[in-house]
Design a protein around this ligand. Structure first.
Ligand code: SF4
Length: 248
């Protein structure tokens, strides 16, 4: 993935969010991050919870251009509101990885942190450029079969490599999220396999199991059952020390 030069610095969404909302639960809890997103995504999930911007192009959504130095300056101005840095989020930030890289460098120079919320579909080249700049990340692990990933336009092995690369960096705090989608990722065997694999990297990786709600092309599929979500969390806890249930 070489990125989409076309969305460089084109910001569709911006908010000062608690870092826990990303969700990044175990990295400076109680602080906030200036969260920004553009448009576009490298995958095409039928349940996309952010389809209005993730499935959009330049002509479909309002955006305004914010240069990296301007964004860093805005984050610094929010220090009195417990802002510790910038989160690249909402759509798929690595589609516009050059903006993450350029802003991330300036943010570090200014003493700010960089947080990444990504689907993990990054080429080795992009990872090499961006990973050293990321202080905290939440990467989606959407399911644990190649077939499942293919149906979403992604690649399981690429996502595993991203998670593994970030988890092996001393400089990066990593959390992982699985949105539990009926028929895709609500199978106990799959959750067990994902948890075992994550535990093989680090059993302390915070693992979020979040509840799906009907969206986008899956409006007719009901939300994840809450008892099932807690059952799956119990299965994950057999392997991982820090399993969090979200969106309930
Ligand atoms: S990876 Fe995330 S933003 Fe992209 S289509 Fe899937 S759910 Fe939407």
């Amino acid at each position: 993935m070489e990125g989409q030069r076309g969305n460089y610095g084109r910001i569709t969404s911006m908010a000062l969010d608690p870092i826990e909302k990303k969700p990044i639960a175990r990295f400076h809890p109680g602080t906030t991050v200036l969260s920004v997103g553009s448009y576009g995504c490298t995958m095409d999930c039928p349940f996309c919870q952010n389809a209005l911007i993730a499935r959009a192009g330049a002509d479909d959504v309002p955006w305004r251009e914010i240069a990296p130095d301007e964004l860093v300056a805005q984050a610094l101005e929010l220090k009195d509101r417990r802002c510790i840095g910038i989160a690249y989020t909402y759509n798929e930030p690595l589609l516009g990885w050059r903006y993450v890289r350029d802003t991330g460098r300036l943010a570090h120079e200014a003493g700010l942190v960089n947080a990444l919320v990504s689907n993990g579909m990054a080429s080795p080249h992009v990872l090499e450029e961006v990973a050293p700049l990321i202080d905290a990340a939440n990467i989606d692990l959407k399911c644990f079969t190649e077939e499942g990933y293919r149906s979403l336009g992604g690649d399981l092995n690429v996502v595993k490599r991203t998670i593994e690369t970030l988890a092996n960096l001393d400089t990066c705090h990593v959390e992982v999220t699985t949105l539990v989608v009926p028929g895709l990722s609500d199978d106990p065997g799959q959750i067990s396999a994902m948890s075992q694999w994550l535990a093989s990297l680090n059993p302390d990786i915070p693992y979020h199991l979040t509840r799906y709600f009907p969206r986008h092309r899956m409006r007719d599929v009901p939300a994840t059952s809450v008892p099932l979500l807690f059952e799956l969390a119990g299965i994950a806890r057999a392997h991982l020390n820090d399993v969090l249930v979200g969106n309930v």
